[in-house]
Design a protein around this ligand. Sequence first.
Ligand SMILES: [Zn+2]
Length: 81
Amino acid sequence: MKQGKCPKCGSEEVYSGIEVVPKSGPFGSNSIPVSIVSIAALDNYVCTDCGYLESYIADAEKLKEIVRKWPKVNRVSQEKT
Ligand SMILES: [Zn+2]
């Protein structure tokens, strides 16, 4: 998606909302809670053909905080091949 192509429908009509403000704060729809005292701003990418949305956390410190505070998702062993 960051490379400008939609992974769902293959369209190249991908737009980046990384400059959209507010990125966080009281109108925090463009952010997610990391913990009760911490939120992480999101960079959003939208495909305007199918509406698919991808979000990325750009702040490396928030990513480290998630590693410390969130449970890791274990890979399911019976993966389809
Ligand atoms: Zn798409």
